[in-house]
Design a protein around this ligand. Structure first.
Ligand SMILES: CC[C@H](C(=O)O)C(=O)SCCNC(=O)CCNC(=O)[C@H](O)C(C)(C)COP(=O)(O)OP(=O)(O)OC[C@H]1O[C@@H](n2cnc3c(N)ncnc32)[C@H](O)[C@@H]1OP(=O)(O)O
Ligand SMILES: [Co+2]
Length: 133
């Protein structure tokens, strides 16, 4: 794992939360992107070297909708940048973590992504991100 790539925060209303985080961070979001395959609309903020991803559900079956229904708005996942996502998936599987998608999938902000089940990571949903060249 190279570094924390972003913190994912589940929100009910992306526009409202974009305005709140712009006030909080003192800078507007630098992009919004819908990832239909994940049932999410996202917006990204830079805060120094760190990145914050806000996520709103685009349909009731979205992981974000289920999360908010169960736990309310808040930190949804921690994403780590990896050099080689396939190698990292194999390593983590061998370490006994549950990888939710063994085939990397297209994420937002030009990444290949995979997720580890929170049941195997002390209750924290972990995302792996590799830059898509
Ligand atoms: C890819 C675009 C973007 C990017 O950065 O590029 C994203 O980050 S997209 C983010 C949205 N996509 C995902 O989260 C995909 C991975 N998530 C999943 O596959 C599911 O959400 C899963 C498997 C984690 C949970 O789904 P399930 O249908 O099993 O929902 P349950 O409510 O039944 O949850 C089971 C169990 O897990 C706990 N849980 C669920 N979500 C989280 C979470 N984010 N953090 C911690 N724990 C979580 C939930 O509370 C249940 O536990 P229990 O003790 O049984 O209540
Ligand atoms: Co993410």
């Amino acid at each position: 794992m190279k570094k924390i790539e972003h913190l994912g925060i589940a929100v009910k209303d992306l526009e409202e939360s974009n305005a709140l985080f712009a006030r909080l961070l003192g800078t507007p979001h630098y992009k919004t992107e819908e990832v239909a395959s994940e049932g999410v609309k996202t917006s990204f903020f830079k805060s120094g070297p760190n990145k914050v991803e806000l996520l709103e559900a685009t349909h009731p079956d979205s992981p974000i909708a289920k999360f908010i229904e169960k736990k309310g708005e808040g930190i949804h996942h921690i994403a780590f940048e990896v050099e080689d996502i396939r190698a990292e998936i194999a390593r983590l599987k061998a370490e006994g973590f549950t990888v939710l998608n063994e085939e990397p999938k297209m994420g937002a902000d030009n990444k290949w992504v995979a997720f580890l089940h929170p049941k195997t990571t002390n209750g924290v949903l972990i995302e792996l991100c590799q830059n898509r060249e």
